[in-house]
Design a protein around this ligand. Structure first.
Ligand code: CMC
Length: 400
């Protein structure tokens, strides 16, 4: 007999909380720090670009300047979408308008179509996976941009090239969405948000991609599954949900109510009705999410700058409301904001449409997903936990 015996008494862990489900060399999520392949997140946010972090995650080490130039060139060359995907995006206006689909669903379908059109789609060697990962990384911002053009009823921006080769991943994403090149300050903030979103060990969407990859299924399929998992408001969808919640509070209490008891009363009602406040809490971080203060500081600086701009949309009031909500949450519940809370505020300040916040998260997290899919394929074991049965007792189908 060669089969490994099952553990004597496996224990039930709802939501797999506290379970070590595997190993990884890609990321270390701890109470004290968040590390990507040996580099701490504050260090990366302050000193690296998203392209450098993407290289680090995908290729496994910090790039030299020539490696970075080669990688950047590879990504830029893959930005344009096949005509089949552009044709599909052109048809999505009515779906998005009627609400049968939201942008995350469109991104998911586009990634599936990209797989259907990819000559290497069924190849799961490390080399093929790496090439496919770069193609997906390059193309997700183009999907988001073209989709936003359809939503806004403007001509698709740069359909032949997928952008301006001189622009960074972050700046090109913003350019494709609006047709206007972002200021360096805006591009920098989006770049940092992409760094913060790139990787987070066995979070729900990454675990999903590993489960799919663990059956020896393919990269595009695993990514489509990851996108579906990320969409939910308990995970990446929280960046949109957090901003919608703040809009609801602002609507209910009015601008004059910021900083007054009106917000406290709104929050108390939420607590009394056991409502979950979006953008707060974390399964692992119980003393705060390391990423949140980094983005909050940068987003607030943009908002402060905007109040000084003629015609600026006075975004600071949203940060003031957010900070008041954070104070109450900490005082009453001892729960900290996660990265999605300042992300919602920051993207809103920059005028990015709310339904694109989670797709932008995808534009970054594909790097982490791809790294995990490759790691899973390199040292695979089928992921297949067991369940504790709590259904009916045994019955006879014929009633005898
Ligand atoms: N609002 C109100 N109460 C909360 C919240 C919240 N956001 N988060 C946790 N709690 C309460 C929860 O109700 C529970 O209280 P009690 O013990 O009285 O029942 C207690 O805190 C422990 O929470 P939990 O639900 O057991 O914690 P969890 O580890 O299962 O949940 C979470 C983690 C992220 C699902 C949860 O905090 C949540 O639903 N947050 C809101 C959604 C959100 O912001 N998600 C983004 C997660 S991080 C980044 C990302 O993935 O994109």
């Amino acid at each position: 007999m060669t089969a490994t015996a099952a553990p004597a008494s496996p224990t039930l862990a709802k939501g797999l909380e506290g379970v070590i489900a595997g190993e990884t060399a890609i990321c270390n999520v701890g109470q004290g720090q968040l590390i990507y392949r040996g580099y701490e997140i504050h260090d990366l946010a302050a000193h690296a670009t998203f392209e450098e972090v993407a290289f680090l995650l995908l290729e496994g080490h910090k790039p030299s300047s020539s490696e970075l130039a080669r990688f950047t060139q590879e990504i830029v060359a893959e930005r344009a979408l096949p005509s089949g995907v552009i044709d599909f995006i052109r048809t999505t206006g009515p779906m998005l308008k009627s609400g049968t689909a939201v942008p995350m669903d469109i991104v998911r379908t586009c990634v599936s179509i990209l797989g259907n059109l990819d000559k290497e789609s069924q190849e799961i060697t490390h080399e093929a996976n790496l090439r496919k990962a770069k193609r997906i990384l390059a193309k997700v911002p183009t999907i988001i941009g073209h989709m936003q053009n359809v939503i806004d009823g403007r001509e698709i921006v740069e359909p032949k090239t997928g952008g301006d080769p001189k622009l960074s991943h972050a700046a090109n994403l913003m350019y494709l969405m609006s047709g206007s090149k972002p200021t360096p300050a805006y591009a920098k903030v989006v770049d940092v948000s992409l760094i913060l979103y790139a990787e987070h060990d066995y979070n729900a969407s990454t675990f999903t991609t590993r489960v799919i990859a663990g059956t020896l299924s393919d990269m595009h399929g695993a990514m489509a599954g990851g996108i579906a998992a990320l969409k939910g408001p308990l995970h990446g969808g929280a960046n949109e949900a957090a901003m919608e919640m703040l809009k609801e509070i602002m609507h209910d209490v009015g601008e004059k109510g910021i900083g007054t008891d009106a917000v406290d009363n709104w929050m108390q009602n939420a607590f009394d009705t056991k409502r979950k406040l979006m953008g707060f809490g974390h399964r692992v971080y119980k003393n705060g999410d390391h990423r949140a203060p980094i983005l909050h500081k940068m987003g607030r600086a943009i908002a402060e700058q905007d109040t000084k701009n003629p015609g600026g949309h006075a975004a600071l009031k949203w940060f003031e409301l957010g900070e008041h909500v954070q104070r109450i949450m900490l005082a009453k519940k001892n729960i900290h904001p996660n990265v999605d809370f300042p992300c919602g505020l920051t993207y809103f300040t920059m005028g990015i449409p709310v339904p694109q916040y989670t797709p932008i998260f995808v534009a970054s997290r594909v790097t982490g997903w791809a790294a995990h899919i490759m790691e899973q394929h390199a040292n695979n074991r089928l992921i297949r936990p067991i369940a504790q049965y709590n259904g009916p007792d045994l019955m006879s189908w014929t009633g005898k």
